[in-house]
Design a protein around this ligand. Structure first.
Ligand code: PA5
Length: 418
């Protein structure tokens, strides 16, 4: 069964057993929002990204992506963290049902340092026509640096240096960094990561849009969805959620569990973990973001959730219309036979809500109309706003990540000494 999806409906929030949003927090969020959109605060360039769809750079991006899409079988997207997770999340959510027919397969590299992963990737693309999209704001991150060197060698060996350069697209800082210098020296097609947009807030910039457009996904829909999330009603919901999250933290909850019943939301939950973890986790505060994939994880973590240490609340990513469904055949348990799998999945979700509410666990239900590019755009901007608001309420800078640098320094020290 293939279900028709509704494209234009909005996210809908429901708070179950949560504290009320304190009026003082809501008033502070109004001031926080004014600051975010003022253009005067550092690293707030992401706020305006949904409105850049008319820009010359977006037109060039769409044209480049169409060319890439028409000319190769595989696009290897190289990047990590904020230069990877957004595109991966989007492709998992809407790649299968919203990509253009005949679009290249998008594979990811440089998201780990595993020799096995990358050797297998090389095996997988050995008979394929390949292009590269390397994404790194700094140009110096270890993982993409290694993967880019490996894949560039493959291209040069296969096509020669000049043709290899034509097959590489770089997305990086407009001026600084080694990747920008290389892109200019070698003549790669390139796009800019705006300097005032941090990695985890960059999915609506070329970082996310180029891979999506290359897969034939309508990025106009993604940006329209993001603009929908900026409208008053959803911005109000983002403010309320931010205030409630802060109240939950103040009330002793230290973990937020993002949960969902559609496996294609797995990488979106990973993206949320980075967004919240890097934005809030500083100065000894922040909600620890965790993610569970249901119903799978009910069979491993269900016991803890029901009766364990109540340090957490749950944020349910609840998809109203999944793209496909199947009927359970007569051979199954009579209780299940004849029902649709989505109907049973819904019973699981409602049953878990009832059981967890009975255990007094606060639940935020984020109703997602469907798994479309439009819904993806809404989700991204909605959670970015919520995260920025809560970070400011917590008194941290939601746009820096000083702690990430520390392990990088230690790793470089070890490599230098060996
Ligand atoms: O959010 C961040 O800053 C990080 O996750 C970075 O995006 C990640 O480390 C990749 O950095 P870069 O784009 O400089 O390679």
């Amino acid at each position: 069964m293939t279900k028709k999806v509704s494209e234009k409906r909005a996210l809908r929030l429901e708070f179950l057993g949560c504290p009320a949003a304190p009026a003082a927090s809501l008033a502070r969020i109004e001031a926080i929002h004014e600051g975010l959109v003022s253009g005067r605060e550092a690293f707030t360039g992401w706020v305006g990204l949904p409105w850049r769809d008319e820009s010359e750079e977006t037109a060039r991006l769409i044209e480049t992506a169409a060319r890439i899409g028409a000319q190769c079988e595989v696009l290897a997207v190289i990047g990590i963290g904020g230069s990877y997770l957004g595109a991966r999340a989007a492709l998992e959510i809407c790649g299968k049902y919203h990509a253009a027919p005949g679009a290249p397969e998008i594979l990811f590299a440089g998201l780990n340092i595993s020799g096995t992963y990358h050797a297998e990737l090389l095996d997988r693309i050995k008979d394929k026509d390949v292009r590269l999209c390397v994404i790194s704001k700094s140009g110096t991150t270890t993982e993409p640096n290694i993967a880019f060197a490996v894949l560039k060698d493959l291209l040069i060996e296969r096509y020669g240096k000049a043709e290899a350069a034509k097959r590489i697209c770089a997305i990086t800082d407009p001026a600084g960094g080694t990747l920008r210098a290389e892109a200019e020296a070698e003549g790669y097609e390139s796009f800019v990561i705006p300097p005032d947009v941090g990695g985890r807030y960059s999915v609506l910039s070329p970082v996310g849009l180029l891979p999506l457009a290359a897969a034939g996904i309508d990025i106009g829909e993604v940006l329209a969805g993001a603009r929908r999330a900026a409208e008053d009603d959803l911005r109000g919901s983002a403010a309320k959620l931010a205030a409630v999250r802060k109240a939950l933290l103040d009330g002793g909850k230290t973990v937020e569990i993002f949960e969902h019943y559609e496996p294609s939301l797995f990488y979106f939950a990973e993206w949320l973990k980075q967004l919240y973890g890097e934005s809030e986790g500083k100065n000894g505060t922040g909600l620890f973001p965790a993610a569970l994939s249901f119903s799978t994880d009910l069979h491993s973590m269900g016991q803890f959730l029901q009766e364990g240490n109540p340090i957490f609340f749950e944020t349910l990513l609840d998809v109203a219309e999944a793209p496909r469904d199947l009927l359970v055949p007569a051979g199954a348990d009579p209780l299940l036979a004849g029902k649709s799998m989505n109907e049973i999945n819904r019973a699981a979700a409602e049953g878990v809500i009832a059981a967890h509410r009975a255990a007094d666990i606060p639940i935020v239900r984020v109703g997602i109309p469907d798994l479309s590019p439009y819904s993806f755009g809404q989700l991204v901007y909605f959670f970015e706003l919520t995260c920025a608001y809560t970070g400011r309420l917590m008194g941290v800078d939601p746009f820096n990540q000083p702690g990430v640098e520390q392990y990088k320094r230690e790793m470089k020290r070890l490599l230098t000494n060996n």
